[in-house]
Write a protein that binds this ligand. Structure first.
Ligand SMILES: Nc1ncnc2c1ncn2[C@@H]1O[C@H](COP(=O)(O)OP(=O)(O)OP(=O)(O)O)[C@@H](O)[C@H]1O
Ligand SMILES: [Ca+2]
Length: 848
């Protein structure tokens, strides 16, 4: 089969699509979108009716391309990752060392119990982390489990992971596309690519190849993803129609695989506790080793036996190394995760739990997170009928029949544009409108005016869909009279900028001068300052519907119709949450695509302070003209970013991090993913969020509610508190044991505790009594404490004082008993050491 062109590609002779070169060769979807169906089939050695010819061919390709699955991590085997966790932690390494020493010394019991402890620590952490990642992965599975596959003329249902390039796949409404496909048959096909491109509007797909020539003007330019209309991308969703396609790319060779690679290239900063534990582990080990060295030396100089000194040194080393620390940290974190899941915050990465306690800045979306995302059109204004801002019409509350008498031509046009330029649909099954809340509101308002949905009477020719970057949406449609027009709705600045005329109350098109434009702006700003999401509506009649291509640049010279203001009330829980967070010195920043005035109003309603809008609000435009350093220098005073796009979020996070802030950032769209990944705590939305955003985040809010972040931060702080309590307990025990031996050595006294007892105390102290400290419910007062700094040691001065106090108590008490028992009979009996030991344990437990 050497004449099979596909084989030469597999061997990677001429810029082929060899899997290993995936990242630096052009992607298959790009290569194949400019080929005709026949060329594509020939290039892949397949048949558009029967698929790949035989099973041998399939096997060969499976060997060359591997399975069709995208894994976020490198394909490191599980056992390797598991073993890796042993080596990566210095505390664990030291433990392994001390276990080995115990073993060599013949203390098999100790060796076994320490080894057991190590295994418990590592396994619990590993299983927990692995399981939580797996369960989220399972939730967000984009690659379908199964697909309709045609091989050698036989159609069957198989796992999508078995697909190889050249396979022929059949798909229909509701299917997730299982791999990157060159479409070879399309019937009314439209595919939702929003999780890949961010475009909300499904893309119409056909078998027609893309002409390369139209992209030749700009050297080095590629056909953009969204323009490869004969390609169906892996993970995208079939919205309408059905079709067939040949697999051109699988796994990492797909467009989706590339998105994943891009996200993986941004590194996660270490969490504060990881850093603190690293440091503490090293410090403590060094300190205790030094001390033990000194004790050992003094003992030997005093002429004590080598063996005795060595035994005591090793047991002291084991005691002084806080090996219970990793256990308790893991258990405390794991329990915290479970508690938080019950409170609707799902933690995707275990160490994030305590990072939460350090968060000092929260950047939050407005719509849907701070507000309910339930829009109702409450105000209407048209230039012709209402002439200025004092005549804005209030649609809320009043009598319905009233509005029907106000249907002047400009009001009618405004409502009609909102109706036609709209993608929401009515679901009989759910008995309500489905889709974008803004669009839904525009359909719901029609009833108030006694109007019905006109969309069945017009034919949509084309659409420019809404995106947060574009901030408007346009539809070209032909009505029943054969008149074609472009209907546009969007952010009022955008629409006004593109308008040259307006419709007056009698439906006449009148020229718009600067004075009138100011009147419109005034009214729009008035609506926005009431906290309303304000949209402008405009249209443009076109003589020949297919005259020109329908592009963003073509939208100009519009005829302005009117403005609508939508009410989206703040969530009821948000105000209290904002207050609690502010008490805890957390800086809250609202990031919104909405207008400045809308944002300011909502911010004030929920208690985000906007003293001086000049400094407290930054718009997307101004942000664009700033360097990161400039942004970092003023961001402390900024509470609102208005008219922002998802791309701005990345700048905002890095500017904050530059200042040393620990940032939580919310997001839901694909374009939010890089910012979510970079933030110390990326927060995604369980309901509204895309799968890509969820996968990039550290925490998922299952109710999309801002106040859940407060809950999570509370838990995070509480957990950290518990860990500190445990630390105090552990270390005071260690310090006491160390000091006792040091003191008795220095004063030439016999050792009050023998090696076995020291080890025993240590194991006991790491056990149940200590663990209970980690489980204590969170003390709600923790919110009043300011966030921890990333550079803060986990051992603060306070903790240290507490630690020394308890250690002193234990030492004095134990020595008193020891000397008293010893001097009673002048020699050391088993009774003496038992009494001393009991006293030590008793005192230690009393410090709990
Ligand atoms: N479906 C839509 N069609 C046309 N214009 C819209 C639509 N939705 C919103 N807009 C306009 O775009 C502006 C910004 O919307 P965008 O989607 O960027 O914000 P958002 O992400 O919904 O809000 P937030 O950033 O607060 O979560 C709105 O103020 C509105 O004027
Ligand atoms: Ca210990």
């Amino acid at each position: 089969m050497s004449d099979n062109p596909f084989e030469s590609v597999v061997r990677g002779t001429e810029g082929g699509i060899l899997p290993s070169e995936a990242s630096n060769t052009p992607s298959p979807s790009l290569e194949f979108c400019t080929m005709s169906v026949e060329e594509a089939a020939a290039a892949l050695g397949t048949n558009v009716q029967n698929g790949l010819p035989n099973i041998n061919e399939v096997r060969n390709r499976q060997q060359a391309y591997g399975i069709n699955e995208i894994t976020a991590d490198e394909d490191e085997p599980l056992w390797r990752k598991f073993l890796g966790t042993f080596v990566s932690d210095p505390l664990i390494m030291l433990l392994i060392g001390s276990a080995a020493v115990s073993f060599v010394m013949g203390n098999i019991d100790d060796a076994v119990s320490i080894t057991l402890a190590i295994i418990i620590v590592v396994t619990v952490g590993f299983v927990q982390e692995h399981r939580s990642e797996k369960s989220i992965e399972a939730l967000n599975r984009l690659v379908p489990a199964e697909c309709h596959l045609i091989r050698a003329g036989q159609e069957s249902r198989l796992l999508a992971s078995v697909l190889v390039p050249g396979d022929l796949v059949h798909f229909g409404v509701g299917d997730r596309i299982p791999a990157d496909l060159r479409i070879v048959k399309a019937v009314d096909l439209s595919i939702d690519e929003s999780n890949l491109t961010g475009e909300n509007e499904p893309v119409h797909k056909s078998t027609q190849q893309v002409s390369k020539d139209s992209y030749n003007d700009i050297p080095g330019s590629l056909v953009p993803l969204a323009d490869r209309t004969c390609i169906a991308y892996m993970g995208t969703l079939v919205r309408e129609g059905h079709g067939k396609g040949i697999v051109v790319g699988t796994a990492k060779n797909t467009a989706f695989g590339k998105v994943f690679e891009m996200m993986n290239s941004i590194e996660k900063p270490k969490t504060p506790l990881q850093t603190a534990m690293d440091k503490l582990g090293k410090d403590l080990s060094l300190l205790s080793f030094g001390l033990i060295g000194v004790i050992c030396l003094i003992g030997i100089i005093q002429g004590r036996s080598w063996l005795e000194m060595f035994q005591i040194s090793v047991s002291l080393a084991v005691a002084a190394i806080p090996e219970g620390l990793p256990i308790i940290v893991t258990v405390t974190l794991a329990l915290g995760v479970l508690r938080m899941a019950k409170r609707r915050a799902i933690i995707r990465r275990l160490p994030s739990v305590e990072t939460l306690g350090s968060v000092n800045v929260i950047c939050s979306d407005k719509t849907g997170t701070l507000t309910a995302n339930h829009m109702t059109v409450s105000k209407l204004w048209c230039l012709g009928t209402m002439s200025n801002k004092s005549n804005i019409m209030n649609l809320s509350g009043a009598n319905n029949s009233n509005f029907k008498n106000h249907l002047s031509d400009d009001v009618l046009a405004t409502l009609r544009i909102g109706n036609i330029c709209n993608n929401s649909t009515y679901s009989q099954e759910h008995v309500k409108f489905l889709g974008n809340p803004t669009d839904i509101a525009l359909l719901e308002v029609l009833r108030k005016f006694g109007l019905d949905d006109q969309r069945s009477r017009v034919t949509r020719v084309a659409e420019i869909s809404f995106s947060s970057k574009r901030k408007f949406m346009a539809v070209k449609a032909t009505d029943s009279n054969g008149k074609t027009a472009i209907y546009v709705k969007g952010a009022y600045e955008k629409i006004l900028e593109k308008s040259t005329h307006f419709i007056n109350a009698e439906g006449k098109v009148v020229k718009l001068d600067n004075g009138l434009k100011n009147v419109i702006s005034d009214s729009a700003n008035t609506l926005a300052s009431e906290g309303l999401r304000t949209l402008a509506f405009a249209q443009l009649e076109v003589s020949n519907p297919s005259e020109k291509p329908f592009t963003e640049g073509e939208i100009s010279g519009l005829t302005f119709a009117g403005l609508l203001g939508m009410n989206d009330p703040p969530r009821s829980t948000v105000k209290a949450a904002v207050e609690r967070l502010s008490e805890g010195s957390v800086h809250i920043i609202m990031i919104t695509g909405d207008a400045e005035n809308t944002a300011v109003n909502i911010a004030r309603q929920i208690g985000i302070p906007v003293v001086n809008p000049e400094t407290a609000v930054l718009t997307g435009d101004r942000l664009d003209n700033m360097t990161e350093d400039q942004l970092a220098s003023i961001i402390d005073h900024v509470n609102i970013f208005a008219r922002a796009t998802p791309e701005h979020k990345l700048n905002i996070v890095s500017a904050l991090q530059k200042r040393g802030d620990i940032v939580a950032m919310t997001g839901d769209g694909v374009n939010d993913a890089p910012a979510l990944k970079l933030a110390d705590i990326g927060v995604s939305m369980g309901k509204m969020g895309t799968d890509v955003a969820k996968e990039a985040s550290d925490m998922v809010l299952t109710d999309d509610d801002f106040s859940t972040i407060l809950t999570a931060i509370e838990e995070g702080k509480g957990i950290f508190n518990n860990i500190q309590n445990f630390l105090t307990f552990q270390l005071s025990t260690s310090v006491a044991a160390l000091s006792l031996v040091a003191i008795s050595t220095a004063f030439k006294l016999p050792n009050p505790l023998n090696a076995m007892q020291i080890l025993w105390i240590n194991i006991l102290m790491d056990g149940p009594p200590a663990q209970s400290l980690g489980v204590e419910p969170v003390d709600h007062e923790v919110m009043q404490k300011p966030p921890r700094k990333r550079t803060d040691k986990i051992l603060t001065v306070d903790v240290f004082k507490r630690l020394l106090q308890s250690a002193a108590l234990i030492i004095v008490g134990t020595i008193y008993i020891f000397i008293k028992e010893m001097t009673e009979d002048g020699q050391i009996t088993a009774r003496d050491t038992t009494m001393t030991f009991t006293c030590f344990v008793f005192l230690t437990c009393s410090t709990l």
